[in-house]
Design a protein around this ligand. Structure first.
Ligand SMILES: [Zn+2]
Ligand SMILES: [Zn+2]
Length: 184
């Protein structure tokens, strides 16, 4: 994973472009517990990085291909993703954990660098994560799977649907309803 030292950024800034291979991306994803996608190809990034006082500014572009699952039919989707971004990173002091705990929600959304290093590959991955659809679908009107038999309904309807609408109510069990005492 690509890490840039703050000291290596000259006053006039730096133009970078780098590629992260799929294998190292997979290793990186293992740091996260709830990941339901994977990288299908390498992650290509380019960025302009420069310093402004204590801040580090990054303008960049990321591009990759992911594979993920349709939330309805569970079919695998291959999804090309590209995104441009602008970030300002602020220095994060080596804060004691008590102080860290006081960081409000707003602070958490800011971007920080720590220990004089910018983790560029991680930043690039985060930009990709932001572009992943919340509920990926293989197609806009995916019909999903039958909850009873599991058939992919995009390939046609299943027997369950026919039964449900075809034969009406199931025959009632004998003994439950007494016969009408008088002809009605
Ligand atoms: Zn689907
Ligand atoms: Zn079915």
């Amino acid at each position: 994973m690509f890490t840039l030292k703050l000291d290596d950024i000259p006053a006039e800034g730096l133009n970078l472009n780098w590629t992260e291979e799929r294998s190292s991306l997979s290793t990186y994803l293992e740091n996260f517990s709830q990941i339901d996608f994977g990288f299908e190809g390498p992650l290509q990034s380019e960025a302009r990085v420069w310093k402004a006082g204590q801040s580090v500014l990054i303008n960049g572009r990321v591009q990759t291909t992911l594979h993920l699952q349709c939330v309805r039919c569970l079919k695998e989707i291959v999804l090309p993703i590209s995104s441009t971004f602008e970030l300002t990173l602020l220095p994060l002091k080596e804060a004691p954990s008590a102080e860290e705990a006081e960081l409000g929600e707003e602070d958490m959304e800011s971007n920080f660098y720590q220990g004089g290093e910018i983790h560029l590959s991680e930043i690039a991955c985060e930009q990709i994560f932001l572009e992943i659809p919340f509920k990926p679908l293989c197609q806009e009107d995916c019909k999903g799977l039958c909850p009873a038999c599991g058939k992919d309904l995009n390939l046609g309807s299943c027997e369950c649907v026919k039964k449900e609408f075809g034969s009406g109510h199931p025959p009632s069990q004998g003994g439950g309803v007494p016969a009408c005492p008088a002809p009605c």
